[in-house]
Design a protein around this ligand. Structure first.
Ligand code: TRP
Length: 335
């Protein structure tokens, strides 16, 4: 993919920390799929970022492969898109070092995610955690990405990426494209099924709060049936109806119907019917992912070969940018 047609370059990465939730899927991953038709897309499994929390090695390895298999199972085509595992392209860490020298300690210290994570994991505030946004900047800038689909929690990281790129361009001449955030069409923020004031989270201790994208139809149905709602018994989107609003958001993402249509579809019907309909829509949405996942994860050879091919194609683009940066910073070019 040489970008001859000059389609926008879209880049995103996902950390291989456990199986994504329905929230991750509707909020982010589904957009990846939608964007892959009209853009040159680059998608990576960010295994290096995951090292900041010291995962158990065998688990990290397994989860990285699983995440790659999930991307394939979602229907992302590894020939149309460039799909790889971050650590397979050494240019990411190489550029990250160089960008470190163009990042101010003060600006990196202002990252809210760093501040939050350091408080939460005060026993392991490593330099990698601090440097995380710089590695993320390298991920993006190596590919001269025009757009980066991000959730609200990553917007600040995209801003620091732009600041670093802009500073480098000013000091050393035009080198990097400044990436824009891409906020998905729905911008879906899926909430917990048990406490709809909280975001659906992988780490929720209540298993009924979260739907995994690999949950079986039975499990999905049960979880939606026990979703927390309210006592009004009328399907409408309104303030104070967090549970129903959340179910409406989910239903809307899966069916494409807007809130008015959903309200009229369920006029006069109770929450039981609505919950079952939402569950059915989610089951259908996730069915291909779950069915294909088993096929991809059990064929490790094909998985590794797709990842190797992705890394090779990514490496070609990344090394082009890296060489430019080496030249501009005064590093001696290798023969
Ligand atoms: N930090 C992102 C997250 O946790 C993952 C990520 C790493 C990323 N590198 C990236 C996202 C580059 C977008 C672009 O969600």
């Amino acid at each position: 993919m040489e970008n001859n047609e000059r389609r926008p370059v879209v880049l995103s990465c996902i950390q291989p920390t456990s199986i994504p939730t329905l929230g991750n899927y509707l909020g982010a991953l589904k957009n990846w799929k939608a964007m892959s038709d009209d853009n040159d897309c680059i998608f990576a499994v960010a295994d290096l970022h995951a090292l900041t929390i010291h995962p158990e090695p065998a688990k990290l390895r397994q989860q990285s492969l699983e995440m790659y298999a999930i991307l394939l199972a979602m229907g992302l085509d590894p020939e149309k898109n460039i799909m790889f595992i971050q650590s397979h392209v050494p240019a990411h860490t190489q550029l990250a070092w160089i960008l470190n020298c163009y990042t101010q300690f003060g600006e990196a210290s202002r990252m809210t995610q760093f501040k939050e994570k350091s408080l939460k994991h005060s026993d392991n505030v490593n330099v990698g955690l601090f440097d995380y946004p710089v590695l993320m900047a390298a991920d993006i800038l190596l590919y001269q990405a025009n757009f980066v689909p991000v959730g609200a929690d990553q917007k600040q990281h995209l801003e620091i990426c732009r600041d670093i790129a802009d500073r480098f361009n000013n000091l050393r001449g035009e080198t990097f494209t400044l990436p824009e955030p891409y906020i998905g069409k729905t911008g879906a923020k899926v909430m917990s099924l048990q406490d709809p004031t909280q975001k659906m989270s992988k780490s929720d201790v209540n298993p009924k709060a979260t739907v995994s994208i690999l949950d079986t139809p039975d499990v999905i149905m049960k979880k939606f049936k026990s979703a927390v709602t309210d006592s009004e018994s009328c399907v409408r989107y309104a303030e104070g109806k967090d549970g129903i609003n959340n179910l409406m958001t989910i239903y809307s993402c899966c069916t494409g119907l807007d809130y008015d249509k959903i309200e009229s579809e369920f006029a006069g019907k109770g929450y039981g019917d609505f919950k079952a309909a939402v569950a059915e829509a989610v089951i259908e949405e996730l069915r291909p992912v779950r069915e294909n996942f088993d096929k991809y994860i059990s064929d490790k050879a094909s998985l590794m070969s797709a990842a190797a091919d992705g890394a090779e194609r990514a490496g070609r683009i990344a090394n082009r940018t890296l060489r430019k940066v080496m030249k501009k910073t005064g590093l001696v070019m290798p023969e």
